[in-house]
Write a protein that binds this ligand. Structure first.
Ligand code: ADP
Ligand code: GLC
Length: 485
C-alpha cells in the first residue's frame, strides 16, 4: 500500500500528557492494520525506556554533529514498530516531557525537539543506514515542525503531512536559540519560521508541508480567522486548499464501558442501570455523600485557560446548590489548582478534587458521572467529550472546534428526531455555561428522556475507521475515499 513515518512527542501508553498521545497511540496502529508499512518515531524519554522491553539498537545517527541512537521496540499490546530517538536530553530526566517539576519549560526544549525533527528528516530523506524510507512523513504539532522544513529541499524527500493538534503551542524560541540550532539562515523570515521576532517550530511545518491537517472540520475553519488563528490566520487561509479537518477517533477498546477493567461495574446500553453502581462506588471512594437524588458532574482535563476554567470556577457554588455533586480531576496552572482547592475545602460532601494525573480515575469518572463539563474557550477536537458520549455521560460543551462537530444540543427538535446527545452553549461566559448545565440538570430529573439521550449518545460511532480512511486518501494510499473536507 505505502510506507509511513509517523512522528510525535508522545504516544499512549508509553508517554502521555494529553490527547496527542491518545491519537499517536492508536492512529498509526489502525493504519498498520489497514496495510500501511508504518514506523512510529518518539523520543526515548526515561518513562518510555522504563516501559519497553529490551529495545534493540537499530542505528547510530549523527544529527548536526550530535550522536544519537535509534532504538527499536513495539508499542505495547500492538505489533506497531516503534523507533525511539535516544539521547541523554530525553532519557536522563524524569517527569513531564516538556516541563520541569516547577512547571517551567525545560531550558533545552528547542534542542531536544530539534533532535527529534532531525532524526525524522534523516530517515525520511534516506540519509541513514536503515534501508527504509517512507513514502510519507507525517509530523504532529510544534515538536516536529522543523522536520518538514528540513526535508523540503531534499530531492529524495517523502511527501509530507503536518497535523495541528493545538495551535496555541507554537514552539517559540528567541533568535539566539535559532542561531544555536544551526538551521538554514533563510528560515529566519516571516514567510518561513519567523513569528513576530521569534522563531516558531510550528510554522516550519505549516509553511512547508504538502498537506496540513487539523483534528476537526470546525477547528480547520476557526484557525483561518482571528482570533482562532492566533496570528497565523493569514498563512493558514493562504494555504486553505492544503488544509483539511479530519476528526479524531477514539480507541473503542480502551474506552469501552462494557469491558473497561478499571470500572467497578462494566455496563452497556442494555444494562445502563449498572452505571449507577459506578456512581456509588466513586462517591464512596472520594468521600462524597452517597446518594442518587442529585446528578454527579465530572471534569477531567488540563487546568489551563483553554479548558474554560474561568467559566467554570465562578459557577461551581451555584451548581452544587442546585443541588448537584462535582468531581474534578486535573493538573496544571497553580492558580487554578489553588482556586479549586479553596472551593473543594468548603464542600467536602459535594465536591471532590484530585490534583493528580490519574488515568484510571479518569475512566472511573467517565463511568460514574451523569454529566461531563467541557466549557473550552477553544478545542481543536477534544477527546473527553467522545469518551463521555460512549459512557452515556452527557457532555455540556461550548460550541467550538471539535466540540461543535461531535455533540448535538438537546432541544425540542433534537429530542423529537432522536438526535440529541448533550448540551451546547455559545457564549464564553459563566452565565452561558450555567444556563446549559441547568438545562442538563433539569433533563436529568426526567428519567425517561434522559435515558433516551444517553442511548443516542452511546450509539454514536467515533471509532477510527472513517478518519483513518481520510488519512489514507490524503497520503495517496487509497483510491476509494476522498481526502477533502
Ligand atoms: P487535550 O489534549 O487538550 O489535553 P483532549 O480532550 O484531547 O484534551 O485529551 C485529554 C486526554 O488527557 C484525555 O485522554 C484525558 O482523559 C486525559 N487527561 C487529562 N488530564 C488528565 C488527568 N489529570 N488524569 C488523567 N487523564 C487526564
Ligand atoms: C490537543 C487539543 C485537543 C485534541 C488533542 C488530540 O491537545 O487540545 O482538542 O483533542 O490535541 O488531537
Amino acid at each position: 500500500m505505502g510506507s509511513l513515518l509517523f512522528v510525535a512527542s508522545e504516544a499512549y501508553p508509553l508517554i502521555k500528557t494529553g490527547g496527542l498521545a491518545d491519537v499517536a497511540g492508536v492512529l498509526p496502529e489502525v493504519l498498520r492494520r489497514a496495510g500501511v508499512d508504518v514506523r512510529l518515531l518518539l523520543p526515548a524519554y526515561a518513562q518510555v525506556l522504563a516501559r519497553v522491553k529490551q529495545p534493540r539498537v537499530l542505528a547510530e545517527l549523527e544529527l548536526a554533529g550530535v550522536p544519537v541512537r535509534l532504538l527499536e521496540t513495539r508499542l505495547p499490546q500492538t505489533s506497531l514498530v516503534t523507533w525511539l530517538v535516544d539521547h541523554p536530553s530525553f532519557s536522563v530526566r524524569g517527569g513531564n516531557p516538556y516541563q520541569d517539576p516547577a512547571g517551567a519549560p525545560w531550558p533545552d526544549n528547542a534542542d531536544r525537539f530539534m533532535l527529534l525533527s532531525r532524526a525524522a528528516a534523516a530517515i525520511s530523506t534516506g540519509r541513514t543506514t536503515l534501508h527504509w524510507q517512507p513514502d510519507v512523513l507525517h509530523c504532529n504539532d510544534w515538536h516536529t515542525g522543523p522536520a518538514i522544513a528540513l526535508t523540503h529541499r531534499s530531492a529524495t524527500r517523502s511527501r509530507t503531512v503536518f497535523t495541528i493538534h493545538n495551535l496555541a503551542h507554537m514552539g517559540l524560541f528567541d533568535r539566539a536559540t535559532f542561531d544555536r540550532l544551526q538551521l538554514p539562515a533563510d528560515l529566519w523570515q516571516p514567510a518561513a519560521m519567523e513569528y513576530y521576532g521569534q522563531c516558531s517550530f510550528i510554522k516550519a511545518g505549516l509553511v512547508y508541508a504538502d498537506h496540513i491537517t487539523t483534528v476537526s472540520p470546525t477547528y480547520a475553519e476557526e484557525i483561518c480567522h482571528a482570533p482562532g488563528g492566533m496570528g497565523l490566520e493569514g498563512l493558514l487561509s493562504e494555504r486553505r486548499e492544503r488544509l483539511v479537518g479530519i476528526l479524531n477517533g477514539i480507541d473503542v477498546d480502551t474506552w469501552n464501558p462494557a469491558s473497561d477493567p478499571l470500572l467497578k461495574q462494566p455496563y452497556d446500553a442494555d444494562s445502563l442501570q449498572d452505571k449507577a453502581l459506578n456512581k456509588r462506588a466513586l462517591q464512596r471512594e472520594l468521600g462524597l455523600r452517597e446518594c442518587d437524588d442529585r446528578p454527579l458532574l465530572g471534569f477531567v482535563g488540563r487546568l489551563a485557560e483553554q479548558k474554560g476554567l474561568e467559566l467554570l470556577l465562578p459557577v461551581i457554588d451555584t451548581l452544587l446548590d442546585s443541588p448537584a455533586q462535582l468531581v474534578v480531576l486535573g493538573t496544571g496552572e497553580p492558580g487554578y489548582e489553588r482556586r479549586l482547592q479553596a472551593l473543594a475545602a468548603n464542600r467536602p460532601q459535594t465536591m471532590a478534587l484530585s490534583l493528580t494525573y490519574n488515568e484510571s480515575l479518569a475512566h472511573r469518572i467517565e463511568a460514574a458521572a451523569d454529566l461531563f463539563l467541557m466549557p473550552s474557550l477553544f478545542e481543536p477536537c477534544g477527546l473527553n467529550q467522545l469518551y463521555s458520549l460512549r459512557y452515556g455521560t452527557l457532555p455540556v460543551v461550548r460550541r467550538v472546534g471539535g466540540l461543535a462537530d461531535t455533540v448535538v444540543d438537546t432541544d425540542a427538535d433534537t429530542l423529537r428526531t432522536g438526535s440529541a446527545t448533550g448540551f451546547v452553549f455559545e457564549q464564553p461566559t459563566p452565565e452561558a455555561l450555567l444556563q446549559a448545565a441547568r438545562r442538563a440538570i433539569d433533563l436529568w430529573h426526567d428519567t425517561q428522556l434522559w435515558r433516551q439521550v444517553q442511548l443516542t449518545a452511546m450509539a454514536q460511532d467515533f471509532s477510527w475507521q472513517q478518519s483513518a480512511a481520510r488519512y489514507l486518501a490524503l497520503y495517496g494510499f487509497a483510491t476509494d475515499a476522498r481526502g477533502d473536507n
